[in-house]
Design a protein around this ligand. Sequence first.
Ligand SMILES: Nc1ncnc2c1ncn2[C@@H]1O[C@H](COP(=O)(O)OP(=O)(O)OP(=O)(O)O)[C@@H](O)[C@H]1O
Length: 339
Amino acid sequence: MLLYRVPGPTCFQDLRRVGGRVMETYLAACIAYGIVDNDQEVDSVIEEAANIAFGPAVCEVFANMLIFILRGNHVQFWERHKYVLCEDFMRAAGVNEPNGRIVSEVLLELRDKFERHGFSLSKSFGLPEPEPVHIQSRISRVIEHETGHNIGELEAHIAQTECLLNDEQRVVIDKVMTSVEHGHGCMVAIDASGGTGKTFILSHILNRVRAKGKVALSTAASGIAATLLPKGVTFHSRTKCPLILTDESTCTISENDTTAALIRMTSIMVVDEVSMMDRRALEAADRTFQWLRGSEEPFGGITMVFSGDWRQILTVVPHGSHIDIVGRCFKSSYLWKKK
Ligand SMILES: Nc1ncnc2c1ncn2[C@@H]1O[C@H](COP(=O)(O)OP(=O)(O)OP(=O)(O)O)[C@@H](O)[C@H]1O
């Protein structure tokens, strides 16, 4: 709303500037401009969101309200909208009233969103923390998703692709499997032209590691690339890597959350289309994994497989020169010098 009203803002503070005075909140700026009448408008945003979106998306709107708009009255705001936030989770669980588990599910959802921006449920907003028993059950579900594979199906798939592999593909797979089996924590990069079988190799490796009962995380730089990998998700979603990066960034994973538990159990992580990624995202993951796993090895000793084609799209650096773009690519990361 403010972007429509404020001409030529160059920073977020400009959006809150009304007649030379910087208002404390975006809501106060909206009220001063007469765009919204009062706090009730904020309530109606949540109600409107609940009519057109589902659970996690409504939680996203609620979290953004707390982070960017509301100043104070967070607990009352939570109490007023708790039921609406729980509705979708209640439907999924087949219950009519929000119970402890449902409320904890919503709080966990909100906690993830707050942590992405460096906030916490209780310290920043005074909201209750999810009950430990429900945190544990969520951890078990996520871990079950990453470990509960149909071994028979995996083995059949491995047998089918094993005989198709060419010599070059076998060299890469052997190197990676040796690292996983002996816990070497190697960093392996596959750089080859489009259509030469990079994703094919990654899928084969993932299947082989999973068939051995180990945790193999499959990620890619983009959502589309992630759909081509078995149980693939985006790198940002799996590692909770921030969107705005600096050379000191870390991922917003807290010591006791679900992702932390999963990272500690992980033997291998693959990252497809790495050529499109900002090296600082991978360096943030490196720092975070080292801390979570208490190891100074790159990525805390997890075997990492990076795949990409540097002849295709590279990292986007707005208004950047060739030197800036090359400097942001993962090829320029200090991580390669360490290993
Ligand atoms: N050894 C192989 N035997 C049979 N088919 C293969 C082999 N290696 C790759 N393929 C097939 O080749 C096609 C292209 O492979 P793939 O998608 O893995 O390439 P890619 O290098 O990841 O491409 P891009 O860079 O465009 O993502 C796929 O259909 C894959 O199944």
